[in-house]
Design a protein around this ligand. Structure first.
Ligand SMILES: NC(=O)c1ccc[n+]([C@@H]2O[C@H](COP(=O)([O-])OP(=O)(O)OC[C@H]3O[C@@H](n4cnc5c(N)ncnc54)[C@H](O)[C@@H]3O)[C@@H](O)[C@H]2O)c1
Length: 364
């Protein structure tokens, strides 16, 4: 017998939060296994003297973070996180990662104990006592719920335009898999579900660091070959990072949308690339450019680079990840942008020759 329709709540309403609300609202309205009404937690702000929640509920448009796109009318915005989440069976977390801990402590004990989570958040947090903590692990630990992740080559504007793309859900729990896939998949947004939760999430965070490198390359007018080299070395460092810190993950996960595809799209189209290009060209600080150019949207790459560096430094592993290290040092002003190439031209990837040795070669 089919159970009660499941209620979804979207925790967040930025650029990506609003784009995913369009999809979740559409599926909730048409599929019987979901409750029609989708609640969306909106961090309240005033737009020309009017509350953003009221504007979205009246016009069905997030005029600040996703202008020009209508949200389905069954998506209802609520400025109180507890009110928005209290009846939900599925909590979709899509806020910038710096706000997760506070939101989770507010929600503690106020949600259904049977609720499941899905984190769309890209980034890490510093763990107490050193190292980094995955955002889905924070959600699981603080709220005592199961939590899967969704990452992919999904620039929010293009998803909202309903341009075809793929995404990856990392989920170990076989009961959650079909629920999450059905809530998220559409004709233009195709979902692949894999078991490798941690690797999917780590890819989503690390690619933003590489995107900063791609932005530096663009700012320095170094061209497409150099950018491809940065993307490739970035991918190799991502694989190595997962291998060292999250052993047991599968190499095949890097060939899903969350891996190589997200890396490419972010290094050509994302906000981290754009701000880092401007950082080189204008000489302004990252923070200043974030405030000036992003209209309230948040940057992830430079902060993730700092968190990763904190972890690498404490383990004396900076030289094993020269690209991540150089990007952190450029973002934090310890190196000039034009020193990027010096830092990576003797990359460990170039040292492990796959050719026959010089003596054998010279006899050919
Ligand atoms: N935008 C994309 O294309 C995209 C794609 C995939 C994943 N992501 C990831 O999704 C996550 C959310 O990004 P986004 O693009 O939806 O957001 P955003 O950067 O567009 O907007 C920032 C959001 O943070 C909210 N906010 C500001 N102060 C807050 C506070 N104190 N507490 C709670 N919320 C506050 C704002 O109201 C706004 O909704 C990030 O981890 C991002 O990396 C984004």
């Amino acid at each position: 017998m089919p159970g009660k329709p499941k209620k979804a709540c979207i925790v967040g309403s930025g650029n990506w939060g609003s784009a995913i609300a369009k999809i979740v609202g559409y599926n909730a309205a048409r599929l019987p296994q979901f409750d029609d009404r989708v609640s969306m937690y909106v961090y309240e702000e005033l737009i020309n003297g009017k509350k953003l929640t009221d504007i979205i509920n009246e016009t069905h448009e997030n005029v600040k973070y996703l202008p020009g796109h209508k949200l389905p009318s069954n998506v209802v915005t609520i400025p109180d996180i507890v009110e928005a989440a209290k009846d939900a069976d599925i909590l979709i977390f899509v806020v910038p990662h710096q706000f997760v801990r506070t939101l989770c402590s507010t929600l503690l004990g106020k949600i259904k104990p049977t609720a499941i989570g899905l984190s769309l958040i890209k980034g890490f947090d510093q763990a107490e006592g050193g190292g980094i903590e995955l955002i889905s692990h924070i959600i699981k630990r603080q709220l005592q719920i199961r939590c899967a992740v969704l990452m992919g080559a999904n620039l929010a504007g293009e998803v909202a335009d309903e341009k075809f793309c793929e995404t990856t859900i990392g989920c170990k729990d076989s009961r959650m898999k079909p629920i999450l896939r059905d809530l998220i998949q559409t004709e233009y947004f195709r979902v692949v579900v894999v078991d490798d939760e941690d690797a999917v999430e780590v890819c989503g965070a690390l690619k933003n660091i590489v995107a900063c490198g791609a932005g530096f390359v663009d700012g320095l007018n170094l061209g497409d070959n150099t950018k491809a080299a940065v993307i490739r070395l970035g991918l190799m460092e991502m694989i190595k990072f997962v291998d060292v810190f999250y052993p047991g993950s599968k190499l095949s996960t890097f060939f899903e949308s969350c891996g190589v595809a997200d890396l490419i799209t972010t290094c050509y189209g994302g906000r981290n690339r754009r701000i880092c290009e401007a950082f080189i060209k204008t000489g302004k600080s990252i923070k200043q450019l974030e405030d000036e150019l992003l209209n309230g949207q948040k940057l992830q790459g430079p902060y993730t680079a700092e968190e990763v560096n904190f972890m690498l430094k404490t383990r004396d592993m900076e030289n094993k990840f020269p690209l991540f290290t150089a990007i952190f040092r450029i973002c934090s002003g310890q190196l000039q942008g034009n020193e990027l190439i010096d830092c990576i031209k003797n990359h460990p990837e170039h040292m492990k020759s796959k050719l026959p040795s010089r003596t054998v070669y010279s006899k050919l």
